[in-house]
Design a protein. Structure first.
Lengths: 227, 294
């Protein structure tokens, strides 16, 4: 599903990623851990072609995205849902509209939108919050809206960049349950985090980055060594 | 497709309302630019009309003294007919001249009623094979000093002077229109840029969920287009009003002189609309390009 082949990303004279080779198969749930500045976010940006690698090849859903012509990039992104630490919700749209917007702008017809949005809001547990605005929601609820928006188009891959970074531990657990559920629906999930409690609890594959290099890739890992 | 157009329009109306003052400046500049352009285009059409009419009747009028004798008349006619430049000569008697006058000014009773039959001179109307200034000159030179002639009038000379004046207006109109079009481009671009800036978060999300560049750009293109077309509409309305107020009253007073008609105005509409579309699309594309790099 995702394959990085000796990928490096150099900003000026700083190497954000160095010779990273990683493969993620369909349906996997992968944590990317490491301290701030270890290259986690850069990895996410490369996967949605927000950035281009300085060297190496990246394959997403079978396509070499380094060679993708720029007009095809939107179609790549339709296959990759993305969630961020800061939710990135629009202030003047209701929960329903936030999710509908994602379908609207890729040209889905109204009847599809009206059918799918309530369905996905049901999945994330916000069916009764459809008419609320972001400032009327808790942080956890806002992140669930963001997840719903990223998932409403049924992407093959779900990327999450520190999705629990702004949330308290209990709410974080709820978000993780949601991502786990999405993973069980067959979606490949890649989550960058430095929340060790979550990583330790989930017991999934862990890729650890330090200084832009992969120093560990463990099948049922925990956050730190020796746990 | 229909609901999407609705979405674009909704976004556009919001954006224009939010930046009302700049949008107003953009529309007014577009209006002034297109009005001037329309003015210059209409002047050109007026010019063409006059040229067409003069070339059709290029003639040198040889006005005769009332005292001209039949012998002098015959002599002059013979001279004219033997000149190589001349294609035809027509004698217009005093009576005929008077009738022509009555016909040309038939709407102005106060003029025709106060003129006696005796007022118009007889003349030779000379048509030339080649209506160039050289052949006009050759004819004039040879006739000068012949008995019986009052004066020789070359209509072209009159029009030539007129054209020099209208040409200055026309060129000035074009230059000003061009400068104003550039300003309109900058101002429309600016409103679009503001709208893009206002909605940068939305654009970020659109890109994230895989909206195409075209889809992201469309509302901004439409905003620019609406501003440009609104300016064009006001400019066209302004030109029609100006025609009504300034040109229409002249139509009865100088019936012999070809004037632009509302039909000529209609012919300029595609030009003005086309240029408005071009300017606003270019402005919007430039303004959105920087924000949409993938």
């Amino acid at each position: 599903m995702i394959k990085l082949d000796t990928v490096s990303k150099i900003y000026g004279d700083v190497a954000a990623l160095q010779d990273v080779s990683v493969e993620v198969t369909k349906g996997e749930f992968v944590f990317v851990v490491g301290p701030s500045g270890s290259g986690k976010s850069t990895l996410i940006k490369l996967l949605i072609r927000e950035e281009q690698p300085s060297s190496g090849d990246i394959f997403v859903a079978g396509k070499n995205i380094g060679q993708l012509s720029s007009w095809k990039v939107p179609y790549l992104r339709r296959n990759v849902g993305t969630v961020f630490q800061d939710f990135k919700l629009l202030r003047d749209k209701t929960v329903f509209e936030q999710v509908a917007f994602a379908l609207e702008v890729i040209g889905k017809p109204k009847h599809v939108i009206n059918a799918r949005v309530p369905e996905i809001l049901e999945l994330v547990g916000l069916r009764d919050r459809m008419t609320h605005y972001p400032n009327q929601l808790s942080g956890g609820e806002q992140q669930r809206v963001a997840v719903a928006r990223a998932f409403v188009n049924r992407p093959l891959i779900m990327l999450a960049d520190e999705p629990t970074g702004n949330l308290d531990p209990q709410t974080s657990v709820d978000i993780m349950k949601l991502l786990d559920r999405i993973n069980r629906l067959g979606t490949t999930v890649v989550m960058a985090t430095h929340d060790n409690a979550i990583v330790d609890a989930m017991r999934r594959r862990v890729i650890e980055l330090v200084g832009g290099k992969v120093i560990r890739d463990q099948a049922r890992g925990v956050y730190g060594y020796g746990a | 497709m229909a609901p999407r157009i609705g979405i674009y329009l909704r976004d556009t109306v919001t954006a224009i309302r939010r930046n009302g003052l700049i949008a107003f400046a953009a529309v007014s500049t577009a209006f002034i630019a297109l009005f001037l352009l329309g003015f210059a285009l209409l002047l050109r059409q007026e010019f063409n009309k006059v040229v067409a009419q003069t070339n059709a009747n290029v003639e040198v009028s040889v006005y005769l003294l009332d005292s001209v004798s039949p012998a002098q008349l015959q002599n002059l006619q013979g001279m004219l007919q033997s000149m190589p430049e001349v294609s035809s000569v027509r004698y217009e008697s005093k009576e005929e001249a008077y009738q022509t006058f009555l016909k040309e000014f038939k709407d102005q009773k106060e003029l025709t009623q106060n003129v006696s039959k005796d007022f118009a001179p007889a003349s030779f109307r000379v048509k030339l094979k080649d209506p160039s200034p050289t052949s006009v000159n050759a004819v004039t030179v040879r006739l000068t000093g012949q008995p019986g002639i009052d004066k020789i009038v070359d209509l072209r000379q009159f029009y030539h002077r007129l054209f020099q004046v209208t040409n200055i207006f026309k060129v000035t109109g074009y230059v000003m229109a061009f400068v104003m079009l550039l300003s309109a481009l900058a101002l429309i671009g600016n409103t679009v840029r503001m709208a893009v800036f206002d909605r940068r978060q939305e654009i970020g999300i659109m890109r994230l969920v895989g909206a195409t560049n075209w889809r992201i750009r469309m509302p901004f293109l439409i905003e620019g287009l609406i501003e440009g077309l609104f300016g064009a509409a006001v400019a066209i309305a302004g030109l029609f009003i100006a025609e009504r107020v300034f040109v229409d009253p002249l139509r009865n007073q100088i019936g012999f002189f070809p004037l632009i008609t509302p039909h000529d105005l209609i012919l300029t509409i595609p030009w003005l609309v086309g240029i408005a579309v071009l300017v606003s699309v270019v402005a919007s594309l430039i303004a959105t390009a920087r924000w949409l790099e993938v």
